[in-house]
Design a protein around this ligand. Structure first.
Ligand code: C5P
Length: 227
């Protein structure tokens, strides 16, 4: 059983989401997908007809969006204005819009505050939570019990992404996916506020040649070492 916070950061396609869910379930903990929250704001921006690059109007949309993220590891949901948007936020339009939206300081301020509230509630209710994102160890939960930074080479990440996309009926070429993965990493690592980078006290785990069960086993071992 987990007491406290596990922060899981890293770029897309490292297997982060799948393994974070499984880790939380194995530890009897909650699971928070912070990427889903940024994606939901990006969807709200698109629905409002606002240009994702228009920071001022993006901030205004974020301030009024009614966003609810739940934390059951087997059944977490993302709702926007009362309807489930879990499928829509994985689509290509949102994936393209999310990086500029998440680079807006007011958006991050709002979501980080909400993430901290969700984390505090989970700690109170079940004692532990696995939080997945880009800035969890550096900004959202700097005092997390365990911080892990997942990496994998860009080709491996693009391959995983395109397999996931194919499984959910969204075909894209591997070249397209690789370009997309690189563009998003680049954007996320060079933005001014909370850029993607490992916390100083994070353990780095390279998943290039690890499948899901092996990654889960490595994480469980790290949790045990801390406990
Ligand atoms: O993890 P996921 O691919 O769903 O994240 C989508 C996007 O949300 C990332 O590319 C990044 O721009 C943003 N994000 C962020 N900070 C987080 C989680 C996600 O900026 N903690």
């Amino acid at each position: 059983e987990l007491r406290g916070v596990v922060a899981l950061d890293g770029p897309s396609g490292t297997g982060k989401s799948s393994v974070a869910r499984k880790l939380a379930a194995a530890l009897g903990a909650r699971y928070l997908d912070t990427g889903a929250m940024y994606r939901a704001v990006a969807l709200a921006v698109l629905r409002a007809g606002v240009d994702p690059a228009d920071a001022e109007r993006v901030a205004a949309v974020a301030a009024t969006a009614d966003l609810v993220q739940t934390t059951d590891p087997e059944a977490s949901t993302t709702t926007l204005d009362g309807t489930d948007v879990g499928a829509e936020i994985r689509g290509p339009e949102v994936t393209t819009a999310v990086s500029p939206v998440s680079a807006v300081p007011e958006v991050r301020e709002l979501l980080v505050a909400e993430q901290r509230r969700i984390i505090a509630e989970a700690l109170e209710q079940v004692g532990g939570i696995v939080v997945e994102g880009r800035d969890i160890g550096t900004a959202v939960a700097p005092s997390a019990e365990l911080k892990v930074y997942l990496t994998a080479d860009a080709h491996a990440r693009a391959q995983r992404r395109s397999r996931q996309d194919a499984a959910s009926g969204r075909a894209a070429s591997l070249d397209q996916t690789l370009a997309d993965v690189r563009r998003r990493d680049d954007y996320d690592s060079t933005r001014a506020v909370s850029p993607l980078r490992p916390a100083e006290d994070a353990v780095e785990l390279d998943t290039t040649s690890l499948d899901l069960p092996a990654t889960l086993a490595a994480l469980l071992e790290l949790v045990e070492d801390r406990g």
